[in-house]
Design a protein around this ligand. Structure first.
Ligand code: BTN
Length: 255
C-alpha cells in the first residue's frame, strides 16, 4: 500500500500534487486526467497502483507490476502559453534523474527525447499528451512511469528495463521518491518558464550520446548520422556529411 500521509509530509510544493488522487486501478492515468472534467485543478496528480491500458510513447504499451512502481500523471492547466512542451518533456526527465540521484547512489543518464537510464537500462519513461479547445491547448498531462521495486522484467524490449531496486539493491520507499520527484518537478516548471536554456544545458550534460554516431528509427524510416546537438527547442540535430537535419520524432540508438 502507498502511504499517502507519509508522502504528503514530504511534499514541499505550492501546487503540484496538492490535489492528489490515489487509485487502485485505472486504464491509464493519462487518459483519466485528459478525459475527466472533475479533476480540473492545476497541478493535480493521479497515482494508480495498476494500469490496465498503460500507454507508452508511439502507441506502445507500458507494463508495470501492480503496487511496486510509480505510475502517475500530472495535470497542467494554467499559464500553458508560458511553456514549450518540448522543454517540459526534457525537464521532466531531468526531474526524475535528479530525484533518483538525490536519494540513491546511482548515476542517471538521459536518452533523447525523454528516456531515463541507469547503467544503460531504462528506469523511467514519460508520455506527454494534451487536449485543445479550438486552436488553444487547454490541458497538458505529463505521464510518468518509474520502475521502483519491480524485481524482474520478463519479455523482449528495445531497451532493457530495470528498476531502482535492481540497481540500488534495496527495496525503495515509494512515498519518499514520489514526493522528491514532485518537489523537483515543480522547481523545474519554474525554470522552464524563466530560463528554458538551463533545461537544455542540463539535459545536454546528462546525454552521453551527443557527438556519437547514432541510428534514428521513425516508422519504417531509418536515418544514420552524428548526434550533433539539441537546439534551443530540444529538437535533435543530426549531422550527415556537411548538412544538418532537425529530427522531431524517433527512437535513437548508438550505431
Ligand atoms: C515511454 O517511455 O514509452 C513512456 C512511458 C510512460 C508511462 C506512464 S505510466 C503513467 C502514465 N500513464 C500512462 O498510460 N502512461 C504514462
Amino acid at each position: 500500500m502507498f502511504n499517502i500521509e507519509e508522502f504528503d509530509i514530504k511534499l514541499d510544493t505550492e501546487f503540484i500534487g496538492r490535489n492528489f488522487i490515489y487509485s487502485d486501478e485505472v486504464d491509464s492515468t493519462n487518459t483519466v486526467l485528459l478525459n475527466n472534467k472533475e479533476f480540473g485543478q492545476n497541478g493535480t496528480v493521479l497515482l494508480a497502483e495498476f494500469q490496465s491500458k498503460g500507454k507508452g510513447r508511439k502507441e506502445r504499451v507500458w507494463i508495470s507490476n501492480a503496487g511496486q512502481n510509480l505510475t502517475f500523471s500530472v495535470l497542467l492547466k494554467n499559464d500553458l502559453k508560458d511553456y514549450k512542451l518540448n522543454i517540459i518533456n526534457l525537464g521532466s526527465s531531468l526531474a526524475i534523474a535528479q530525484s533518483i540521484e538525490n536519494l540513491f547512489q546511482l548515476h542517471v543518464e538521459l536518452k533523447w527525447p525523454n528516456d531515463v537510464l541507469v547503467n544503460k537500462k531504462k528506469i523511467a519513461g514519460i508520455l506527454i499528451e494534451s487536449s485543445s479547445k479550438g486552436s488553444k491547448i487547454s490541458k497538458v498531462v505529463i505521464g510518468i512511469g518509474i520502475n521502483v521495486n519491480q524485481p524482474n522484467f520478463p519479455g523482449k524490449f528495445d531497451i532493457q528495463p530495470t528498476s531502482v531496486r535492481r540497481e540500488f539493491h534495496e527495496i525503495v520507499n515509494r512515498e519518499k521518491l514520489l514526493s522528491e520527484m514532485l518537489n523537483n518537478f515543480e522547481d523545474m516548471l519554474i525554470i522552464a518558464k524563466s530560463d528554458p536554456g538551463k533545461i537544455i544545458n542540463d539535459w545536454r550534460n546528462r546525454c552521453k550520446m551527443i557527438g556519437e554516431k547514432i541510428k534514428i528509427v521513425e516508422g519504417d524510416k531509418t536515418k544514420v548520422g552524428i548526434f550533433d546537438d539539441i537546439d534551443d527547442d530540444g529538437i535533435l540535430m543530426l549531422k550527415q556529411g556537411d548538412k544538418t537535419e532537425k529530427i522531431h520524432f524517433g527512437d535513437v540508438s548508438l550505431r
